[in-house]
Design a protein around this ligand. Sequence first.
Ligand code: NCD
Ligand code: ZN
Length: 345
Amino acid sequence: MQSLTIRRPDDWHVHLRDGAMLKAVAPFTARQFARAIVMPNLSPPVTSLAAASAYRERIVAAAGPKTGTRFTPLMTCYLTDDANADEIARGHAEGVWVAAKLYPANATTNSAHGVTDIRKLWPTLERMQAIGMPLLVHGEVTDPDIDIFDREAVFIDRVLGGLVRDFPALRIVLEHITTAEAAQFVADAPATVAATITPQHLHLNRNALFAGGLRPHAYCLPVVKREKHRLAVRAAAVSGSPKYFLGTDSAPHAVDAKEASCGCAGIFNAPFALESYAVVFDEEGALDKFEGFASEHGPRFYGLPLNEGEVTLERRTAVVPDRVVDLVPFHSGGTLGWQMSRSLP
Ligand code: NCD
Ligand code: ZN
């Protein structure tokens, strides 16, 4: 197969930031994806309806002009201990908020205002369940005594299993899964539970963090795991199951914030995201499953229409620059065997 044309895909998990960074990165996401679920972990986080509406307008302005394509940001509400169920329901009814994001407090970048005890969210989750608003979960415990490589699996045991039991009709997306345990949990769970998968967790295992020295650009959260976990996540992605779909978790940080004594977590994969995924599906002999993963499973889970239009990827060498808009992109300085026909913004 020399070229691959699929229905226009969506990114079900992306960090677009704000200000100058937003202007720099949004065109890359808009070039590849029709819609994207935009994470609310700005500083301060996007907790109010007014903040979400204003942020959505800034994204449309930043994404549009350079790409000439229509791009629709799908906004999320950042859940805190004092989440207001009425405001969240109102924002969902008004079409501002598509979903709400649960960050356990201090689990990752800008999550200091996250939830300290899931029980505080009970009334909000009941309301979300009633109105059909999905809950997006950063699935890691934060207890310092839990090994960082075990935090996802322990979250599933301690928190997620109970959530799924207590809220049987709540749609839940376990974001950026990284372990065999997560892939298995989602496979065994009812159809109300799904997962997003990033390109980095399909390509990298934890050796990448230490290949010849400390590699800050391979550092993201949840941190990449052992090879057996990478293989399990790959198998899930290419399985054709409607429970797994594309979510890049593209999370840009300035180079000096990555290459620091305490470097930020996050991988900027937006410039070559589709190519990066296509390489994996090709390697797994599963190019026929790519369209479902990229363009169908996500909208069906969210109850949104499939996109019109198509994108084409060609089997030819894409050279990934060392830097893209002054950031180090995923696969920096490398090559990928697939390339999107539309040029970079
Ligand atoms: C994300 C960020 O930088 O906002 N970082 C990351 O490593 N993925 C936060 C997140 O999704 O955990
Ligand atoms: Zn993220």
